[in-house]
Design a protein around this ligand. Structure first.
Ligand SMILES: [Zn+2]
Length: 467
């Protein structure tokens, strides 16, 4: 709302009331009516001081008001919020670096424990950062030992935010597929759950409770901890601030840098974009049997928090254990069962020899193999593999030449074969080629290099060339 402007007349009324005892006894309306008649008789010069006074008051008022940005928020407030966000980000980065570098200094980076944590939520409040949690998992991880322990639970918050049932249903059905309250599964005592989580984290880390989660989820995870802490009488005061939530991708970057340094392989090219891309690839996304029971049964392990924290641990191991020459243990550093599609097929198994390793098959000496090669060309995969094979005799590119001779196959060349003498002959030869095998070229077909552009044109030049 635009602020009310001061008027010279009202300045005059106020002054008059202050000066006259009679004026002080009048109401404002009476004083205005009385002064109106006086104001009318005043000259411009007499009114001047009051009008300029009103203008001064306007200017002073404007100076006092706060400047707003285009969203109607105070500029100084927005600035402060930005400064605080930048500060907390810097604080998070410094703390992460300190954890890693302290561990490196004490020559214990391999055994340093990190806790990864993830939440699923049912719904988020429209205007504030309040999330209603649905599932929680945390895992204790070190490079040396891999996953040491996992804490995983479904959460039944009892109710969701009023009016957001549809949003919650949509979010659930497109991601974790957990049933909404009142049918939600799992722990329904938030205070107890919060104490259990704090106990678990304390057991893992001591007094300094730090969990790592991807950057885009940090505010959600913080908010979910606050949601749980609110119900706990003892921890209500700190509002869930006891647990710090840091960026797991930044940890991966710092850790990788230090690991390479320890291993004596410092790499200038390693930067946050590289490590972020590695993390984002989520190589273990389809690993079976690492989610909770509910999500394994519902085939939504991708969104299961237990599966997520496990996958992050696998990603860390996959990225760094090799540098430190740590032997990876199935179930700790890598998935417990490796699916056959990750495995290299053994070429010496006779039943698999034909499909598994064409290279070794072709590298055998003797013409017998080449004959077989030609006969295999009829199969769609045969030619593909023969090109890939290094020892394959390069003589047999006839399949390619035959295609070139098939003039009808060039759609951009227009009407070549139905009209003109030369095109009729070419058409006929193409016809005969099509009926024969690719490598069995007719005698009159010209070598490939003698083709010119004119051969493929529809103008008279082509005919001249033919003669
Ligand atoms: Zn789950």
């Amino acid at each position: 709302m635009a602020p009310k402007k001061h008027s010279g007349f009202m300045m005059f009324v106020n002054e008059w009331r202050n000066r006259n005892a009679e004026g002080r006894r009048m109401t404002l309306a009476q004083a205005v009516a009385h002064c109106g008649s006086i104001w009318e008789k005043m000259t411009v010069q007499q009114r001047g001081p009051y009008n300029s006074g009103a203008k001064d008051a306007d200017v002073m008022e404007r100076g006092k008001r706060e400047r707003l940005n285009c969203h109607g928020q105070g500029v100084s407030q927005v600035d402060q919020a930005q400064r605080e966000a930048a500060e907390s980000l810097m604080n998070m980065k410094r703390s992460t670096e300190r954890i890693v570098i302290d561990a490196k200094k004490s020559h214990d980076l391999e055994n340093t424990k990190f806790v990864f944590a993830a939440f699923n939520f049912f719904t988020k409040a429209l205007t504030t950062d309040v999330y209603v949690p649905a599932e929680f998992a945390a895992c204790e991880y070190s490079l040396k030992e891999g996953i040491k322990s996992i804490y995983s639970t479904l959460i039944d918050p009892g109710h969701i935010i009023f009016g957001q049932g549809s949003d919650a249903l949509h979010h659930s059905s497109t991601t974790h597929n957990l049933p909404l309250p009142p049918n939600a599964l799992g722990e329904n005592n938030m205070g107890k759950l919060y104490r259990n989580i704090v106990d678990y984290l304390t057991k893992c880390q001591g007094d300094q409770l730090v969990v790592f989660t991807p950057a885009e989820n940090i505010s959600m995870v913080k908010s979910c901890f606050q949601y749980l802490a609110c119900e706990d009488e003892n921890d209500c005061r700190d509002g869930g601030q006891k647990i710090q939530v840091f960026d797991i991708q930044y940890l991966l970057f710092i850790l990788k840098k230090e690991v390479l340094d320890i291993a004596g392989l410092p790499d200038e090219n390693i930067n946050k974009y590289v490590t972020d891309a590695f993390f984002g690839r989520d190589f273990f996304e389809f690993t079976p049997e690492i989610g909770c029971q509910y999500h394994e049964e519902n085939d939504r392990t991708k969104y299961c928090t237990q599966s997520m924290v496990t996958r992050w641990a696998y990603t860390f191991s996959d990225f760094m254990c090799g540098d430190l020459a740590i032997t990876v243990k199935p179930g700790k550093h890598i998935p417990p069962k490796t699916k056959p599609n990750y495995r290299i097929i053994q070429s010496d198994t006779s039943s698999l020899a034909q499909e598994s390793s064409f290279d070794s098959f072709y590298s055998l000496p003797g013409s017998r193999v080449k004959n077989e090669t030609q006969s295999r060309d009829t199969s769609p995969t045969g030619s593909k593999y023969s090109v890939a094979s290094s020892s394959y005799a390069p003589a047999d590119h006839t399949a390619f030449t035959a295609d070139l001779n098939e003039v009808r196959e060039f759609p951009s060349l227009g009407r070549r074969h139905p009209s003109g003498r030369c095109t009729a002959a070419a058409g006929a030869s193409a016809e005969s080629e099509r009926t024969t095998r690719a490598w069995n070229l007719p005698k009159h077909s010209r070598p490939l290099q003698k083709f010119t552009d004119n051969d493929f044109s529809v103008t008279g030049a082509g005919k001249k060339n033919q003669k």
